[in-house]
Design a protein around this ligand. Sequence first.
Ligand code: SF4
Ligand code: SF4
Length: 509
Amino acid sequence: MNKLTWGDSGLRNGADNLVLDSQQIIVTHTDQLPLLRFYESTRTVALGAYEDKDFAVRSAYCQTNSLPIIRRLTGGGTSYLYPKQISWTLTLPVQHLNIERWLDIICMAVCNGLSVSGQENVYFNAPNDIYANGKKLGSVYVGVLDNVLVANGTLFRSLDINTMLHALRIPKEKLTPAGIHTATHRFTTLPHLSDAGLFQLKKSLAQAIALACNLPTITQIQWIDNTHQTYVCGHYNLPEYAHESTYSGFISTSGGVLHGRIAFDTDLRISSLRLNGNVYIRPHNLFRKIESVLRGASESEITHRMDNLFYENQWELFRFTPHHIKVLIRRLFEQHEIAVKLSIAPSSASSVMIHDPEGTMDALDIAAKADALLVPYCAKPAWCKWRHKDGCSQCGKCDVGEAYKVARQQGLNVTTVKNFEHLEIVLKTLKKRGTKSYLGMCCNNFYIKREYAFRAANMPALLLDIAGANCYDLLQEQSAYSGEFSAESSIDLGVAEKVIRLARRKPVL
Ligand code: SF4
Ligand code: SF4
């Protein structure tokens, strides 16, 4: 194997750095040359290679604040790049590809490089975060293109948490369930470094990466400025995709959140499908292949077509399986079923989140067996004396009262969830008393972040996404978790009533 060639391309904008990344891949591929490039980026939001922009970033904020959004060539979640970070891209010709193994190797190498240069208590938190003294110091993301392993990494020299929190819809839970700390307290930076110290640190990182990748030695070069070429993101930068007859949904997995959008033809065959996620997959175009192979498929043909595709191709899904993709697609079909059954628009049916981790129950069946309805306190008016209490006098002044009324008519027990801890208690109580399934309302951000709590309760559920003032968009999720969110979200009462009436519980007389 050739020695690792490394250099520094200095401060550029995110798009130019992406051009350099793609050029680096070509050189590594054609010359079998391992390359490591350090750089700094102007303020840029960098989506993971397979992410759905709508779910990953707050586009309006980025536009208003002139924050460009680019799409990395590596998987995982969105990162926010800005000056005063040590950013780097490694490209390596590899024969044996295994995403998990390479994430481990490279994260470990970064930790070793940091330790050698004097940083204490450094470790990595799988799959891809670098920590120092219990706080996040940076991240690593990997991808595989044309038998080239690509790794992007960042280490913080300063923090810009405010912009990061505004620009990113952080898709994975980063808070511990017990503690709610301010975001700033979860991050740390490298100590101040002189130019010589910075150079030494980069050299240590290069040496540690070379050692971890079995490269004999390192050599430093001057990085040649060659960003005049226009980078073409090709088929990975797909056009925005949403129209009237599109259903959308998601599924939480250990490897990240998978998103799907689907449209059907008149015979209920897939006319278009889009798969996304803050995940790691191999090959790079695997989602596009699945979408293409499923075009024209009926629901009953999905398993066969997907099984053939996975049999005929080499592939890797990091911490999720083809089964998760099948469950996601099945849920999109179920949303169509719900839309037809309830005579509601695809967009309304897409607001129904089907919580069924095993993927064994039908959505309409879950609704039919439900014996309880959970309502979030944030949907009650801020002035209502019941806002933070479990109950409602059905005074007729808000939609929650109507939902209470219909649910009680159906014989459902209704509970107002007052905060996250209360939700856990309510779910345990339902389970204990033999509830088979339940209905609920919450925003999709909450469900994605707290899916583990719903999973722990081990009961399927139909959850209606709520609209209006959402504590995630208002950046008040911490106060929301503790029950102190003061803005008002709203429920789509028309859809909620129809879903509640699907419950077949005998009314209590
Ligand atoms: S209907 Fe219930 S929740 Fe709504 S304002 Fe009246 S008491 Fe409060
Ligand atoms: S997380 Fe916020 S917006 Fe979502 S359901 Fe809870 S309080 Fe409401």
